[in-house]
Design a protein around this ligand. Structure first.
Ligand code: AMP
Ligand code: ZN
Length: 446
């Protein structure tokens, strides 16, 4: 599977991260359902924006992009996004791109003009088949200078951009220049995955023209289908508008961390909305996601402290776990329906809580519950609070404090006041102030 990656001129915002997270969930779901996945994600480290950025910073392209590449990988880790097998950089695949252009020129699909090379769109009979774009609606045959490049037809798009003064450039048979963005993904996709591969993903804004142009270039050069299945994630929006760098209405993961947000909850929030629906980001939504996670954590916590009996009755957990895994897998196989998969999980949580309340857990049931949770968490990546807690560099995380408070409440209910006091002391030592109220215990950091 090929997944369009970041343009590394800036830190990714959480809209970008939604698309990358959707691809992570797709990857994990395919593995859950028994497939083997080989994933490529390109790093766009040469384009107008990276070139402008490097020029204004007065550094080389590589020096300019490297910190953003680093922060991109850091952000993947922060959201527990699994690594792809390949992260090719555009600047390291110029040779493959030139080969592809050469093939297109030889077949009459591309032409040189003034040091640049363009794709001759009029030659491509099925152009528009992905997006439904109707070429005949656009005036043709008119010679125009657009984007400062001279094209035969207004609809033609650039494969190779002739070098401008002071810009980074590579040698080519058409003179020094640099690759166009669309070309990069065709060349690197085919290099790592073959001329035809299974899945290609991106955000919906990639459908046209980016992916349409990738199809045109690749299929015209090889004469073979490029991709079997295209899958695109809808946008993350704020106040009804797409979150984007150009609109300035964006948050990075660091912005959210600075506001004290819990990134585990962000991952959950993103999972809870189907990838083909717009995700409206709000802090209330993030808090709701945190509350849902808390219900899961509490169940796990209660489970650890529940007792198992040796009675003869059948385990209710065995059929409940089987049902969970069945429904969970079916939901994912049905166009990656993560919200339905989570609904199956919460059905299971209810059954487990009932079994704990009714003291009907049988020997081995706690293990069975934990195994089923670990299995679904291979896709969700949010259930293992300990794993996320390890990310916290110092002190107790919010969830850790919440869990300790649950334990303290249960200790008091069991009249184990020594343990309850011990927990209070532990929290006080960490600068956490507790306030017991009639509706429960509140805490704040000093
Ligand atoms: P870029 O770094 O601009 O090339 O974008 C990287 C990826 O993020 C692309 O696949 C885009 O489709 C995706 N993307 C950009 N903005 C959003 C958004 N607001 N919501 C979801 N995905 C987005
Ligand atoms: Zn791409």
């Amino acid at each position: 599977m090929y997944t369009c990656g970041p343009t590394v001129y800036n830190t990714a915002h959480i809209g970008n991260m939604r698309t990358f997270l959707f691809e992570d969930v797709l990857r994990r779901s395919l593995v859950f359902l028994g497939w083997q996945v080989e994933q490529v994600m390109n790093l766009t480290d040469v384009d107008d924006k990276t070139i402008d950025g490097a020029a204004s910073a007065g550094v080389s392209l590589r020096e300019f992009t490297q910190p953003f590449i680093n922060s991109f990988f850091e952000d993947l880790d922060r959201l527990h996004i699994q690594r792809a097998e390949h992260y090719p950089r555009a600047t390291e695949h110029i040779a493959e791109m030139l080969q592809l252009i050469q093939a297109l020129v030889e077949k009459g699909y591309a032409y040189e003009s003034d040091g640049s090379v363009f794709f001759r769109i009029g030659e491509d009979a099925d152009y528009g088949k992905l997006s439904g774009f109707d070429l005949s609606q656009v005036r043709q045959g008119e010679r125009v200078a657009s984007d400062n490049y001279d094209k035969e037809d207004v609809r033609d798009f650039v494969l190779w951009k002739g070098a401008k003064e002071g810009e980074p450039a590579w040698d080519s048979p058409w003179g020094p220049g640099r690759p166009g963005w669309h070309l990069e993904c065709s060349a690197m996709g085919m290099k790592y995955l073959g001329e035809t591969f299974d899945i290609h993903c991106g955000g919906v804004d990639n459908i046209f023209p980016h992916h349409e142009n990738e199809i045109a270039q690749s299929e015209s050069a090889t004469g073979k289908p490029f991709v079997h299945t295209w899958i695109h994630a809808e946008h993350l929006i704020v106040d009804g508008e797409k979150m984007s760098k150009s609109l300035g209405n964006f948050y990075t993961l660091q912005d959210l961390l600075d506001r004290g947000a819990d990134l585990r909850a962000l991952r959950y929030q993103m999972l809870s909305v189907h990838y083909r629906k717009k995700l409206n980001f709000t802090f209330d939504g993030l808090a709701d996601a945190g509350a849902a996670l808390k219900r899961l954590d509490e169940m796990r916590f209660r489970l650890l402290h529940a007792t198992e009996s040796e009675s003869e009755a059948d385990s209710v957990i065995i059929p409940a776990s089987e049902k969970l895994l069945q429904e969970f897998g079916e939901a994912l196989a049905n166009d990656l329906n993560t919200s339905e998969a989570l609904a199956a999980l919460f059905g299971f949580v209810r059954e487990v809580n009932q079994a704990i309340d009714g003291e009907s857990l049988k020997v081995g049931d706690r293990r069975r519950v934990l195994d089923a949770l670990a299995r679904v968490d291979q896709v969700l990546g949010v259930l293992d609070a300990d794993e996320w807690r390890d990310d916290e560099i110092d002190g107790l995380s919010d969830e850790e404090i919440d869990l300790l408070l649950v334990e303290r409440r249960e200790a008091r209910e069991a009249r184990d006041f020594a343990r309850a006091d011990e927990i209070r002391d532990q929290l006080t030592a960490q600068g956490i102030v507790l306030e017991d109220t009639p509706t429960g215990t509140r805490w704040k950091r000093q």
